[in-house]
Design a protein around this ligand. Sequence first.
Ligand code: GTQ
Length: 361
Amino acid sequence: MTTHHDIEAANSAAATEDPYVAIRALGTAPLWRYYGSVLPAEPQPSAVPYLWSYAALRPYLLRFLDELSLEEAERRVLMLINPGMVEPPATTTSLYAGLQIIGPGETAQAHRHTSNAFRYVIEGSGAYTTVNGERVHMNPGDLLLTPNWHWHDHYHEGDGPMVWLDALDYPLATNCLDINFFELYGDRSQKSSVPDDLSSRQFIHGQLSPAWEVVHTEASPVGNYPWAETARAFDAIADDAEGSAAEGVLLEYKNPLTGGPVLPTMGCRISRLRPGFRGTPVKRTSSAIYHVVQGSGVAQVGNQRLEWHDKDVFAVPPWHTFELRNDSASQDAYLFSYTNEPVLRALGFFREELPDDTDRP
Ligand code: GTQ
């Protein structure tokens, strides 16, 4: 109980002590010393532009494939950690990427989590991921979705190592919102309960979807967006199509039931940069991760020049000027990318500008 005496004592202490020391001990801080950090004039991301070289990392993936069993590792993944976001670990603001390797005959244990996830297949074939009882087969260039709370486990029945890029929104779900749940499945692997690749075959057409299926539409119902369909989509684009000024012939993977992004927290795109392509610079509040499907070129990200080659991954933090170039005179380059743009758009936080677009009204 606060007595009259306590109030008197507090009043006299407040009159003489250093008030900054005293208010800190009382669980407060003076806003007037925090304006710059709580309300910066512009975003001040801790993520930095960074590139992970696939050629440099691949030998270590192969070494762990040899030396570390999946029973030990559960998932044999090299997390791609942004030097500015080491603890808690993230690849860029709100997004994570990892490189996962699995060998013939191996199974990665079934589990589920709140975080939305997807894989983009980099090399090898003959593996499948079972997502809520559906076996989804994986080939290079395929995009496989594991929406939130869907059981998933991986099995490799082919020959040779198989590598894919894992993407998760856990830096948002866990590090920021603190809403992640995680569960192991009872058995190591799920049994197949529907025909293989059913969701992809049923829903990829988009314009003719099974009308009797009641589907939860926050995430796309498509299990796999196979490379073959991506290649067909590019083939359908006119040779003289202008494409986007910043990112060339840019296609977006869609949820066929809503026309929206494939996952509520992550949108996926793929672009073809024609030989000699030079993109116009662009600056966005979204963060992005790029994976080089094929080709080589340069990404100027803020003051960092990232030289990318086949299968590399690079991170673009929010509010960094971003400019793409395909340096080849004869080869197309293909870049797969994902962003947190769906989150920002849903909350009214998405903003985009050209760097010389600084005129104020
Ligand atoms: O394959 O389920 O890179 O749950 C990180 C967390 C992969 C996966 C990661 C995961 C997975």
